[in-house]
Design a binder for this molecule. Structure first.
Ligand code: AMP
Length: 378
């Protein structure tokens, strides 16, 4: 995409690869702004497909579908990192595509991602690349135990991860994962986890959303708290590192950088080449939300104002809550400062992200207290 490219204006059609909740919120933002949206997703009941003008129900590698998408759209983006990089390259023959295939290729494979971070001087947890069982001997010597064995590809929300306390356990976990390429990561005593969602345009301008403090449960994001309760210097350092990651990648679009805080230091955990769950607070608490920002970056429009309008606590709603008759929406919606977002998923499964809610309050502690209360009342 050239820096002289004219902006794509409302009335044009935008495309998105992937029809999950992130694609749905992109679709809503784009349609609100007057764009038409075409979603490519093989699932007939995809959350984004329900909201789109056109849902192409086909595989991400289907040449006919990619051609149709590229011909109809002025620009195409993605909502998930596991889209084949080759499909992005194919689409780029027809229309504007962001983020670029090489950024997605780095983020979609933990071994590429960790190696890229280390090569470019970004601190991470100690790690070793594991391609066969023999690599584990040196690996565990390098990372120490306990450690986490993580599959290099297609792991998410703590899936494809095993905590191992010894070489024997690491070997067993590697076999359990079918011997596929993995990353062994030293277990870090976390003080906190924080993330930065940002957008970068093709002229290199960056707009950063306020740092989020994230609490995970069983490897899945549970609560995001904004502003993050960390020293100002640490928040600034996180922003500066996130900006550097995006700049070094030559990234165009919205991305997230997740960090561990350990021993007062920041370690990069993951890069997401897309809007991020920890940025859902922006939907109600910022002048521009991360999905409008995705539209703006994709269309070559000036990036929106990322100012925080109110302290906020975001709580994920997982499928587990449907176990005993379904969530108590009445209790949640009784509060005028809670904003509910549901993703239109028909089947609730344990660990499946079904929606989230944002609690807004001028007093962050009060927002967090109500968020906790509602987590239990649901
Ligand atoms: P990931 O999918 O790699 O982001 O891992 C999900 C969550 O597991 C993280 O947000 C952390 O809470 C936890 N986790 C992952 N890697 C480590 C590690 N090396 N040390 C401690 N906790 C970790």
């Amino acid at each position: 995409m050239s820096s002289k490219a004219l902006p794509i204006l409302p009335g044009a059609t935008l495309g998105i690869l992937g029809g999950g909740q992130l694609g749905r919120m992109f679709t809503i933002a784009a349609r609100t702004m007057g764009y038409k949206v075409m979603v490519l997703d093989p699932d007939f009941a995809s959350p984004a497909g329900q909201m789109a003008d056109v849902h192409l129900q086909a595989d991400y590698t289907d040449h006919g579908a990619l051609k149709q998408l590229g011909a109809a759209c002025a620009a195409v983006t993605t909502e998930f990192e596991n889209v084949p990089a080759a499909s992005l390259i194919e689409l780029a023959n027809h229309c504007r595509v962001s983020p670029g295939a090489q950024c997605v290729a780095i983020a979609q494979d933990r071994s590429h991602e960790k190696s890229w971070l280390a090569e470019n001087g970004f601190a991470t947890a100690p790690f070793a690349l594991v391609y066969n069982e023999g690599d584990l001997d040196q690996g565990i010597a390098d990372t120490g135990a306990p450690a986490l064995l993580k599959v290099a590809r297609f792991g998410y929300d703590g899936k494809g991860q095993a905590r191992v306390n010894s070489l024997e356990e690491a070997r067993a976990a590697f076999r359990e994962f079918g011997g596929q390429p993995c990353v062994l990561e030293g277990f870090v005593e976390l003080e906190r986890e924080v993330s930065v969602v940002l957008a970068r345009d093709d002229a290199g301008e960056c707009a950063l959303f306020p740092v989020a403090e994230n609490r995970h449960e069983n490897g899945i994001l549970d609560v995001s708290i904004v502003p993050a309760r960390v020293p100002g210097a640490l928040a600034e350092a996180a922003c500066s590192m996130a900006r550097d990651v995006a700049g070094t990648l030559g990234y165009v679009g919205v991305m997230a950088v997740e960090f561990f805080v350990a021993g007062g230091r920041l370690l990069v955990n993951e890069i997401a080449p897309r809007p991020h769950n920890s940025g859902h607070y922006t939907l109600d608490a910022c002048v521009t939300d991360q999905f409008e920002q995705q539209v703006r970056a994709l269309c070559g429009l000036p990036l929106g104002d990322t100012r925080l309008l109110s302290p906020v606590a975001m709580v994920n709603i997982l499928g587990d809550r449907w176990r005993d008759g379904g969530p108590n929406w009445g209790a949640l919606l009784a509060h005028p400062n809670i904003k509910l977002h549901l993703y239109g998923k028909e089947t609730a499964r344990a660990g499946r992200k079904m929606g989230h809610f944002n609690v807004l309050d001028a007093d962050l502690d009060a927002a967090l207290r109500l968020a906790e209360q509602m987590r239990h009342a649901l």
